[in-house]
Design a protein around this ligand. Structure first.
Ligand code: MN
Ligand code: MN
Length: 268
């Protein structure tokens, strides 16, 4: 079973709020009639009984959001579901990974992002969306962290990456992504700002020079290791008046779900 859950949380965004409205926006676009739920490989998610939408989780305030997300995700994973979470800002990935670690042990993480999100702390907040992968690596929640598409690396985050043994594939070396061997199981974290703002303007942090929608889709389709879980984060509907970025999120959701269903994990 592959389940989708929305996490409408953006309180730990450092620059601009708005990502909390993303799950609702993604569903609106998905159900708008503008397209169907078929993946490019021909999996029709609308016809699959092993693909379900659990709706949005309740976020009760900021103070216990991290604990709340972790508890809710654990509950879902204990139903033997694999899970695609819709953000929300990237801060949600840390509590999600705590839950996945309890269920699956140390996963290999593939992280698509313009930014490494490895700050030790940002704006005095250790749970900021700019810090999630520092927390994940400190707690040894992953056996590997492969970051792809990075193009805003400063000295502090470079040191953090070295300290944690992060395998970072920056934009000038993007061709290395194709030759990276992954054993799995994987956790796939997709920050939509990995895409060039020309393709996905509806994100809080515009970082030009990014991937095309086609490149991201092909990376998903070429994954050969089973995927235990994924998230699609940082859609900001406030910056997406045409709805194109939400449509990109839906497209990525379909391709990730199809790839998960194509590569079974051995769960029911
Ligand atoms: Mn980013
Ligand atoms: Mn990010």
């Amino acid at each position: 079973m592959v389940a989708v859950v929305g996490i409408p949380f953006d309180a730990y965004s450092s620059f601009m709020l708005g990502a909390a409205r993303a799950p609702a926006q993604i569903r609106d676009v998905m159900n708008s009639g503008a397209g169907n739920l078929c993946s490019e490989s021909g999996i029709d998610l609308a016809a699959r009984t092993d693909f379900i939408d659990l709706g949005d989780m309740d976020i009760n305030g900021e103070s216990d959001a991290i604990e709340n997300i972790e508890a809710t995700i654990s509950e879902i994973l204990n139903r033997d579901c694999r899970l695609i979470s819709l953000g929300g800002d990237h801060a949600i990935t840390y509590p999600i990974l705590r839950s996945f670690h309890k269920k699956f042990g140390r996963l290999e993480i593939v992280h698509l992002d313009a930014h490494p999100d490895l700050y030790d702390t940002f704006d005095d907040n250790r749970f900021s969306h700019a810090c999630s992968f520092a927390r994940i690596m400190e707690e040894k929640l992953a056996s590997r962290l492969v970051q792809i598409g990075i193009r805003a690396l400063n000295q502090h985050q470079k040191q953090q990456a070295e300290r944690f043994g992060v395998e970072m594939i920056t934009i000038p070396h993007l061709e290395k992504a194709a030759s990276t061997r992954l054993a799995g199981p994987l956790y796939l974290s997709i920050d939509l700002d990995v895409l060039d703002p020309a393709f996905a303007p509806g994100v809080s942090h515009h970082e030009p020079g990014g991937l095309s929608t086609r490149q991201v889709i092909e990376m998903i389709q070429q994954l050969q290791a089973p995927i235990a879980g994924a998230d699609i984060v940082e859609l900001n509907p406030k910056r997406d008046p045409s709805g194109i970025t939400a449509m990109v999120a839906v497209k990525i959701l379909k391709e990730v779900a199809a790839r998960m269903l194509e590569l079974p994990l051995g769960l029911t």
